[in-house]
Write a protein that binds this ligand. Structure first.
Ligand SMILES: NC(=O)N[C@@H](CC(=O)O)C(=O)O
Ligand SMILES: [Zn+2]
Ligand SMILES: [Zn+2]
Length: 426
């Protein structure tokens, strides 16, 4: 089966140029000009006027299966990813039961293989059931196919446990991916502690709950040599700790979520659970520090932390609703519209943070359009405005603060290994 994506706009040496992409046997066979004249193909995909991007890579999604399939399933969550232009996703292990043994991990890998609409990799936990201090069998889980280790949803509370996890991870050449949160510093808060939480009368989470644990873990990473990756960095102080650690040569990488780049606590004007997530939206100063951190290379990549919950759960007050918002289906359009169209980021930078960089940091064969690579390709319309609507989501979750936004960057078609994973309705 040969397919040709014709006349699309590709990034070539940092500029959009018209190119054809020839796909054969699920791989990119050739990128060039006027390829149809040279090779007979089974199908031509007309990409005239569309941006042809490498498939995006999201190293942080929650798919809720097994255990909480009213919120999401592997099928709906991976279709949502394809709708957002993602062709590779890494699923977090806070499902029930959690993949903390080789057997459980293998069952999840089989499920992902069966129902995944995109390429999927799977996190295993750091500790049994993501809590306490009993380390998983890291070597066994690596052998069973784990992508990396994470207790996402919770921080590892004991330094000694994290130290031992990192020692083993370093030996196994695997990443420890941390949700950094010191539970003794959160005080039952539901949003960032600051002027806004005081005004709204809601309990605040001091951002030092994140920074303190990252500072601890940076020291442990320096001592063990492990690849330590920090999830969803949210505060200026944390960015500064990671910047200093990188300058000192520590093997640390980190991600930022679209919502922490786009929103701050000043956007919380009333008790609205659509703006409740962990870590919480920081101050406007934090938000600006995250943008600076991306631009100076302190922050390596953008990951969505797609965290679907049911409508009923998120209709509750901020005190009661669960933490988390969806992200897979809004990330590219929101970031393109708010940062690239305004000139703050270039398209090259955005695509690097959303595709090549996450792939490179985690050793995934993804994120770049080039001959020989898997034919993971996305066609985006960068010129026709559209409105983000819950009815268009393929995720079961509708808990997005971006519903109603007028944006550019609609996904027209997503190819995974050369096959259609998503096609927009005309
Ligand atoms: N980010 C969130 O607010 N929630 C995540 C857990 C997590 O990423 O910590 C979830 O699983 O719902
Ligand atoms: Zn988390
Ligand atoms: Zn998460």
């Amino acid at each position: 089966m040969k397919r040709l994506i014709k006349n699309g706009q590709c990034l070539v040496n940092g500029h959009l140029q018209v190119r054809d992409i020839l796909i054969a046997d699920g791989k990119i066979a050739k990128i060039g000009q006027h390829l149809s004249a040279q090779t007979p193909v089974d199908q031509i995909i007309d990409a005239q006027g569309l941006f042809v991007s490498p498939g995006l890579v999201d190293v942080h999604v929650h798919l809720r299966e097994p255990g909480q399939t009213a919120k999401e399933t592997v099928k709906t969550g991976s279709l949502a990813a394809a709708h957002g232009g993602y062709t590779t996703i890494a699923a977090m292990p806070n499902v029930i039961p959690a993949p903390d043994t080789s057997e459980r991990l293998k069952a999840m890998l089989a499920l992902n293989q069966r129902d995944g609409a995109v390429h999927m990799v799977q996190y295993a936990t750091i500790t049994t059931d993501r809590g306490g201090d009993e380390l998983v069998d890291m070597a066994g889980l690596k052998a069973a196919g784990a992508f990396a280790f994470s207790n996402d949803g919770n921080g590892v509370q004991t330094a000694g446990t994290m130290y031992q996890a990192m020692q083993q991870a370093a030996q196994l050449n695997m990443a420890v991916v941390a949700h950094a949160e010191d539970d003794s510093l959160t005080f039952g808060g539901v949003m960032h502690e600051g002027n806004v939480s005081k005004r709204l009368g809601l309990p605040g989470i001091p951002s030092v709950s994140e920074t303190a644990q990252v500072a601890r873990d940076v020291a442990l990473a320096a001592a063990t040599g492990a690849h330590y990756h920090v999830c969803h960095v949210s505060s200026a102080a944390t960015v500064q700790v990671i910047r200093a650690a990188k300058a000192a040569g520590v093997n640390v990488t980190c991600e930022v979520s679209p919502h922490h780049l786009l929103l701050s606590d000043e956007d919380i004007t009333s008790d609205n659970a659509m703006l409740k997530m962990n870590p919480p939206l920081g101050s406007e100063q934090d938000r600006r520090a995250l943008i600076t951190g991306l631009l100076d290379g302190t922050i390596d990549l953008i990951a969505t932390d797609h965290a679907p919950h049911t409508d009923a759960e998120k209709a509750q007050s901020m005190l009661k609703a669960p933490f988390g918002i969806t992200g897979s289906e809004t990330a590219f359009a929101m970031l393109y519209t708010k940062f690239v169209k305004t000139g703050l980021f270039s398209l090259v930078q955005l695509i690097n943070w959303m595709a090549a960089s996450p792939a490179a940091r985690f050793g995934l064969n993804a994120g770049q359009l080039m001959a020989g690579a898997p034919a993971d390709v996305v066609l985006f319309d960068l010129t026709t405005p559209f409105t983000i609507q819950a009815a268009d989501f393929l995720s079961k979750g509708h808990n997005s603060p971006f519903i109603g936004q007028q944006v550019l960057g609609k996904t027209i078609r997503t190819l995974v290994s050369g096959k259609d994973a998503y096609i927009s309705r005309p």
